[in-house]
Design a protein around this ligand. Structure first.
Ligand code: NAP
Length: 301
């Protein structure tokens, strides 16, 4: 299947381009980006020009930040193309609902991807937890924003979500593996005094579930989920790519999240289905609604 990749920046070049190149199912037909390019691939500077020139490309995969993404998704769906959305799927919940309605009305596939759900330990964790009683769960998601988003000021602009940009990855795992849903009951959000979005967040949910997100961690990075149950502890490490039960590794392997996303898109398009689960984003919206604001030191890249 031919795919057009739009928004040629960090994640497109780090993950999408190699995953498409390695897949027997996909061909990178062209790119859409104001400045980004992929060697040897036809490049368009704007989406309308690509949609006009390449009616043979049925799928558009959108890799730009969430705020500009809606306009691209709407235009691609209106032009009869299936659409893949990077995470988080939009800047607001309502705009993703609008895309869902549009895709359904046109019989097109809309896939709101959550790459962390494709981590190696996630299906095993979900299966093991299905018949357990969870007594406590805690997420520790601490990374260095300068390493993962070098110079990307959009993460600190309205709609950029701040530390929830990585934190939503943890929430996408949590909402996938818990046997029963939880909801947010409180949050503390630390905003740098010169920025619009939080650099750290501490969240409380029903069911003794909590989360600690921080973007100021230098040195080793931490992407851990620890769950206590009536049958012993379960832990996910390395962003979900290693599963431990009772402290013993039971499942894991090299990270291959993006190839799995494109394999899933193949299945969805073939089956004429969409997949849009907004549960992780609901928790972020609730944290922004309920969160107590703490002003902290200014942050600059
Ligand atoms: P990025 O490099 O800052 O942006 C990607 C590309 O989007 C840019 O190269 C730019 O290309 C285009 N873009 C930026 N602002 C735009 C605008 N206002 N209108 C149209 N296009 C615009 O960001 P990224 O790190 O790749 O992140 C993009 C998405 O991927 C985010 O939703 C993020 O959460 C997700 N993601 C990122 C990572 C990561 O490690 N960084 C990991 C997983 C997922 P042009 O200027 O050439 O058009």
């Amino acid at each position: 299947m031919k795919v057009a990749l739009a928004g040629i920046g960090k994640i497109a070049l780090d993950q999408h381009v190699p995953s498409i190149a390695a897949s027997p199912d996909w061909e990178l037909a062209c790119t859409v980006s104001r400045s980004g390019r992929v060697d040897g691939v036809e490049a368009f500077a704007d989406l309308p020009a690509m949609l006009e020139a390449r009616p043979d490309v049925p799928v558009v995969s959108l890799c730009m930040p969430p705020v500009p993404r809606y306009a691209y998704a709407e235009a691609a769906l209106l032009a009869g193309r299936h659409v893949m959305l990077e995470k988080p799927p939009g800047a607001t919940l309502a705009e993703v609902h609008a895309l869902q309605t549009l895709a359904a009305a046109r019989g097109l596939t809309l896939f709101a991807t959550w790459h962390s759900r494709m981590a190696k330990g996630v299906p095993g964790a979900k299966a093991w937890l299905a018949d357990k009683t969870i007594t406590r769960a805690h997420i520790t998601w601490r990374e260095d924003v300068r390493k993962w988003h070098p110079g990307q000021d959009w993460v600190f602009e309205p709609g950029g979500m701040g530390v929830f940009d990585p934190g939503i990855n943890a929430l996408s795992i949590l909402t996938e593996i818990l046997p029963r849903p939880v909801h947010l009951t409180g949050a503390e959000l630390e905003f740098p005094e010169n920025r619009q979005t939080p650099i750290a967040a501490r969240l409380q949910f029903t069911g003794a579930v909590s989360a600690d997100f921080d973007w100021r961690q230098e040195g080793p990075q931490t992407w851990d989920i620890d769950i206590e149950t009536d049958a012993g502890p379960l832990a996910l490490r390395h962003g979900g790519n290693l599963l431990l039960i009772d402290g013993e590794p039971v499942e894991g392997g090299p990270e291959a999240e993006y190839p799995a996303l494109y394999a899933r898109m193949t299945e969805l398009v073939s089956a004429g289905r969409s997949e849009v689960d907004l549960a992780p984003m609901v928790h972020v919206a609730d944290a922004m609604t309920l969160g107590r604001r703490i002003v902290t030191d200014p942050f600059d890249f």
